[in-house]
Design a binder for this molecule. Structure first.
Ligand SMILES: Cc1cc2nc3c(=O)[nH]c(=O)nc-3n(C[C@H](O)[C@H](O)[C@H](O)COP(=O)(O)OP(=O)(O)OC[C@H]3O[C@@H](n4cnc5c(N)ncnc54)[C@H](O)[C@@H]3O)c2cc1C
Length: 236
């Protein structure tokens, strides 16, 4: 199970963002909190880029770390498989099969086979006179995508809303959805002014850009229209 720990965040973010907005020019008489709620609701969100969060993420698969890395407006540091020996690697059992004993058994066999081959190749390379660095560098190619990685991830509040919008969506892979939910649960407690009305993109924007790709079990299916439905309604 993925573990998320908040290491650092920008303190006093509400007053910081409000200060920035007042420099820019904002109607008088609004409290700091009202200003922040307004910029988020109206999507003037460059102002909340001043707020940063740094998370430590453990127990995440390499497969999902690749999806996380697709979020370019963030800073990523991952455990190196080049400099660390991974013979004791932990791994993620995909949530989709977690309740199917037969499939879990098959999956674990595959992981143990990969582990044995990893160790065999590593040790044989050392015997043949390759350096430790060369042996680590080559043997890691047999590591499975399920291998646990360890990650430090820094992201600003605006980019985090974008991340949550994409990864809290029912279409996202279950493991990254679990990660997104854990991150959301942390940040909404710190800055409810920013995150209270944030969810998947459909929830945040009030219309779902997934259109026909929207999953059948989307909880907002009957409440939030798709982008296409809204545009169709303009016709005539
Ligand atoms: C359900 C799902 C399925 C996906 N399937 C695939 C897939 O099959 N293959 C695949 O490769 N990816 C896939 N992705 C990843 C997706 O395409 C994005 O790369 C990822 O979600 C990061 O989103 P982003 O670009 O908005 O985030 P970031 O990279 O953090 O960017 C944030 C925002 O900054 C702006 N931005 C960033 N870089 C640029 C740029 N170079 N030019 C202009 N504007 C920029 C954009 O407005 C962007 O939304 C999938 C994502 C989801 C949620």
């Amino acid at each position: 199970m993925v573990e998320v720990k908040l290491l650092r965040y920008t303190p006093d973010g509400v007053s910081l963002v409000a200060r920035g907005c007042r420099v820019s020019g904002i109607p008088e008489g609004l409290s700091d909190e009202e200003i922040v709620r307004m910029v988020v609701e109206n999507d003037y969100t460059s102002a909340i880029e001043h707020i940063y969060f740094t998370f430590e993420i453990k127990g995440m698969s390499v497969a999902i770390s690749r999806e996380l890395l697709e979020h370019r407006i963030a800073s990523h540091t991952a455990r190196s498989t080049r400099y660390n020996i991974e013979k004791d690697f932990g791994y993620v059992v995909p949530p989709t099969i977690a309740d199917d004993e037969e499939l879990v058994e098959m999956f674990k066999e595959a992981m143990e086979s990969a582990r044995q081959h990893y160790v065999k190749i590593y040790e044989r390379m050392l015997e043949k006179g390759y350096s430790k660095a060369e042996a680590l560098e080559a043997s890691r190619y047999v590591l499975p995508m399920a291998t646990h990685t360890h990650y430090i991830w820094t992201i600003n509040a605006r980019s985090l809303i974008n991340f949550l919008g994409l990864r809290l969506c029912k279409r996202a892979a279950p493991e990254i959805r679990e990660l997104a939910q854990k991150i959301y649960d942390i940040v909404v407690k710190i800055y409810p002014e920013i995150f209270e009305n944030v969810g998947c993109r459909g929830y945040t924007i009030g219309l779902c850009p997934e259109n026909e790709a929207r999953p059948k079990d989307c909880p907002y299916r009957n409440r939030i229209p798709t982008k296409r439905e809204v545009k169709e309604s303009w016709k005539g």
